[in-house]
Design a protein around this ligand. Structure first.
Ligand SMILES: [Zn+2]
Length: 332
């Protein structure tokens, strides 16, 4: 079975798994969702279905696929880890290609990211989080937040250094209409207790050319708050620093659900520490099926939403799970 067949299999059980997740959660909502987009429609998504919440808070969220998110705060936009290019980084045998060239699908960015973001938040330096930020900055002149290493990588890709706010965790920044708090975080740890392309930089490198050139460079989490409504993005990878986020109680937690084999009790620890009202899985799709491929499932792997719902139930947390469709807006 190849990756595509696996994907089709996953798509076929979406309805069942999401139904299971919803039993411990809720979909109670009025129909306020704006339509998703061509990809969702192409994937057969029902874009006329009810969206998630009341819309009273002026906050809306849209999944861009992989770990990419667009947040609208009374119309002002914040992007997190935009990655629409979905590079084909697996060969025919399913093996990862660590020196795959960096190739931005600028047609997709121009089609889907039409509104100027005030800010782009980088959770870490890997290609599927940082690669498209120079394109967004070039088009829109947006400000970026990331670590010192992320600034060096972006500078090497042509982003003016003074457009990148260097953060290390602990910052609480006022963008006059919304605030951003930055938290020290961690990359997920897989079977080897490590991950692809670790590394930090103290100066801009030569221009990055392959996905391996974009090193992790530290991981950050972000809480964005507007008029008292908060969205916590622990979204870029499946790990976190428990003491950094303990007691935050965000309205919405966007949680990375990529591999976390060797992260002890990941979902229960993060839900106990933060006690959010709404749980949104992130980084739980196959990362490679093109956004404009009709075979792209409307949602990510349904196991992620199920795991979140089951964990919430197990620890007695009355949270709703929003298993978002790709490119569809959900209003809160
Ligand atoms: Zn990563």
């Amino acid at each position: 079975m190849n990756r595509r067949q696996v994907l089709r299999g996953a798509a076929a059980v979406v309805g069942t798994a999401v139904g299971t997740a919803a039993t411990g959660t809720a979909a109670g909502a009025s129909a306020l969702g704006r339509t998703g987009g061509e990809a969702a429609e192409a994937a057969g998504a029902d874009t006329s279905a009810a969206a998630f919440a009341s819309g009273r808070n002026g906050v809306a969220l849209r999944w861009l696929g992989v770990a990419g998110w667009e947040l609208s705060l009374d119309g002002r936009r914040v992007l997190v880890d935009p990655y629409l290019s979905r590079l084909p980084v697996f060969d025919e045998a399913g093996a990862f290609i660590p020196d795959h060239p960096l190739e931005v699908r600028s047609d997709l960015l121009d089609r889907h990211l039409t509104e100027r973001p005030d800010l782009v938040l980088a959770t870490h330096g890997h290609y599927d989080h940082l690669m498209e930020i120079p394109h967004v900055v070039e088009r829109h002149g947006s400000r970026v937040i990331g670590t010192e290493t992320h600034r060096h990588l972006l500078t090497a890709m042509g982003v003016p250094g003074d457009g990148v706010v260097v953060a290390s965790g602990g910052e609480h920044l006022d963008f006059h209409g919304f605030t951003v708090e930055v938290f020290r975080s961690l990359h997920s740890q897989f079977g080897s207790y490590g991950y692809f392309a670790p590394g930090t930089l103290t100066a801009p490198p030569r221009r990055p050319a392959t996905i391996g050139d974009l090193v992790e460079g530290g991981s950050l989490a972000y809480r964005v708050t507007a008029r008292g409504f908060s969205v916590l993005f622990l979204s870029g990878t499946a790990n976190f620093v428990e003491r950094e986020v303990a007691g935050l109680r965000p309205d919405v937690l966007v949680l990375g659900m990529s591999g976390h084999t060797n992260v002890y009790d990941y979902t229960a620890r993060v839900l106990r520490a933060t006690r959010p009202k709404v749980l949104v899985p992130s980084h739980h799709d196959d990362m490679v099926t093109p956004l404009d491929d009709p075979a792209l499932p409307a949602r990510g792997n349904p196991a992620a939403a199920t795991e979140l719902a089951d964990t919430a139930r197990r620890i007695g947390l009355a949270a709703k799970v929003l298993d978002s469709e790709i490119l569809r807006w959900y209003e809160f």
